[in-house]
Design a protein around this ligand. Structure first.
Ligand code: UTP
Length: 500
């Protein structure tokens, strides 16, 4: 291990010597930990990172100049749509997707390195329960959807197949996530097919370019954004692992969308048949000012433009069909070919520009007191996973129905938006739609029709295990022509009535 003197010399080169200001008073253990952490920070990179963060924060880039004149929607031939295509076309996409899955060419990749600060729990978001009758966590729902899609593809093609699950974690989420999967027997997935890897961390920085001490013996670090994926893939030889398994197509998604369709065969099939190297699922923006990024083109190059960069006039423009011209809302649900990911990791990653996030970062003050700031005091630099769209040779977007595919968990209750309650309602409402479509009927306590409930909350509770159905398929055999009293769960053992 490096001596304090060595570390001090390195920090001087980086202009960050203040990080040692409590070193002399630390006990041997914490002191060694601090020196080890500081030794891992490469001086030139640290200097550049801190300077860059302060400069970017002092002068936020703002919208690209002349954006209005340079902005275009994606050309129609690059956009597929679930709702605007006929059943035969959807069937062809799905068939192709299942074929690729059956050939073991499809993997899913979960971005699970975030800190989930808005939700405010101390453990990884994937371990969160939104209050479903089954008490399943987000991780369990996802694991079961993988098992089901493997089963469906396998049955169609008369073979056993695997959809490997790559999970990007961070210093915050790796340990608890690994532990959680072990505790739950990997939810009956083969542990060899669940690959956890860790993204890098970057120091949080003050507005004047000083790395922050969160304790006397620890520098405040934050994950480098979900676009840290590309460095992490290279750091941990994940593409080599994919290559060994023969993976050619990767479905990348966020941990917090409770409706996510893992390895969605329709999306995969669409992208493969279009010859795409990179694709994004989108939902129609609900209203012009909705705060979601828009998938579009700037100077003919595909990218996600932040809602804050688009003026209200442009955001309200309508297409000839009446929909919003810039209505393709990004839902962090992406398709990448293995070759595209390799090109990004080898060639393009250094060109990605980090974004500035201004946050409240707990710190120790000059006297060594721990301070929890009430206003933002620090800068975290993050790369975004979608910033690689610009490098695609054949980029496509695929529009899906929000109520079927997108309900993110971002905030704690009672936020009213993107919360545990809205996520739970979205999933249960979907399951109820599927059940009714499959021919189920529901009655209230005295055999009456259940009343309509206030917005969002489904009138009856019918939770369907992803092991039985993950796209609404195959429910007739359990439900057609039968009458149930809410609440019920449908799982592999059939329908189970629950205590109201
Ligand atoms: P968000 O931007 O919503 O961040 O992440 P978050 O960490 O979940 O929540 P807040 O902002 O702290 O409240 C979108 C997705 O990107 C992942 C998250 O885990 C989530 O799936 N992510 C985010 C990473 O994998 N790494 C990161 O560094 C940041």
């Amino acid at each position: 291990m490096a001596s304090e003197q060595d570390v001090r010399a390195r920090l001087q080169r980086a202009g960050q010597e203040h990080l040692l200001r409590f070193c002399a008073e630390l006990a041997p253990g914490p002191r060694a930990a601090l020196l080890a952490q500081l030794e891992s920070l490469e001086p030139e990179a640290l200097r550049e990172h801190c300077q860059r963060a302060a400069a970017a924060c002092a002068q936020p880039p703002g919208p690209p100049p002349d954006l209005a004149a340079r902005l275009r929607p994606l050309p129609p031939e690059r956009v597929g749509s679930v709702s605007r295509s006929d059943a035969e076309r959807r069937r062809l996409w799905e068939e192709e997707g299942f074929r690729q899955i059956a050939l073991n060419k499809v993997a899913v990749l979960l971005l699970a390195g975030g800190q989930g600060t808005r939700l405010g729990v101390t453990y990884p978001k994937g371990m969160y329960r939104v209050g479903l009758p089954s008490q399943k966590t987000l991780y369990q729902l996802q694991a079961e959807r993988i098992r089901r899609v493997e089963q469906l593809a396998g049955e169609r093609h008369g073979i056993r197949c695997t959809v490997p699950w790559y999970i990007m974690t961070s210093e915050f989420t790796l340990g608890p996530t690994a532990e959680f999967f072990k505790e739950h027997g990997f939810f009956h997935l083969d542990p060899d097919n669940v690959v956890l890897f860790e993204q890098r961390m970057l120091p949080a920085v003050t507005f004047d370019g000083k790395a922050i001490l969160e304790r006397k013996d620890k520098v405040a670090m934050a994950p480098d954004g979900n676009g840290g994926l590309y460095c992490a893939l290279a750091d941990h030889q994940i593409l080599e692992d994919m290559e060994r398994r023969g993976v050619e197509f990767v479905h990348v998604y966020c941990v917090d969308n409770i409706l996510v369709r893992l390895a969605d065969p329709v999306f995969i099939g669409f992208c493969v048949l279009q010859g795409a190297d990179c694709g994004a699922k989108v939902v129609e923006k609900a209203y012009p000012e909705e705060p979601v990024g828009v998938v579009c083109q700037v100077d003919g190059v595909p990218q996600v433009v932040e809602y804050s960069e688009i003026s209200p006039e442009i955001a309200s423009l309508r297409a000839p069909d009446g929909g919003l011209l810039y209505g393709a809302g990004n839902i962090c649900n992406h398709f990448f070919t293995w070759s595209f990911l390799r090109a990004v990791t080898r060639e393009f990653e250094p060109l990605l520009k980090p974004h500035v996030a201004v946050k409240k970062v707990p710190y120790v003050d000059e006297e060594g007191n721990l301070v929890k700031p009430l206003t933002p005091n620090g800068i975290k630099m993050e790369k975004f996973v979608f910033d690689v769209f610009q490098f695609a040779e054949n980029f496509v977007a695929f529009q899906v129905l929000r109520e079927e595919e997108f309900s993110p968990l971002k905030n704690a209750d009672p936020a009213g938006r993107d919360s545990p309650t809205t996520a739970r309602h979205a999933l249960l409402a979907q399951h109820l739609r599927w059940a009714l479509k499959a021919g189920a009927r529901f009655v209230g306590a005295h055999g009456t029709r259940p009343p309509e409930l206030p917005s969002g909350e489904p009138p009856v509770v019918c939770e369907i295990s992803p092991l039985v159905s993950c796209f609404g398929e195959g429910l007739e055999e359990y439900l057609r022509g039968r009458e149930f009293q809410s609440p019920i769960i449908l799982d592999k053992n059939g329908v189970r009535a629950l205590d109201p």
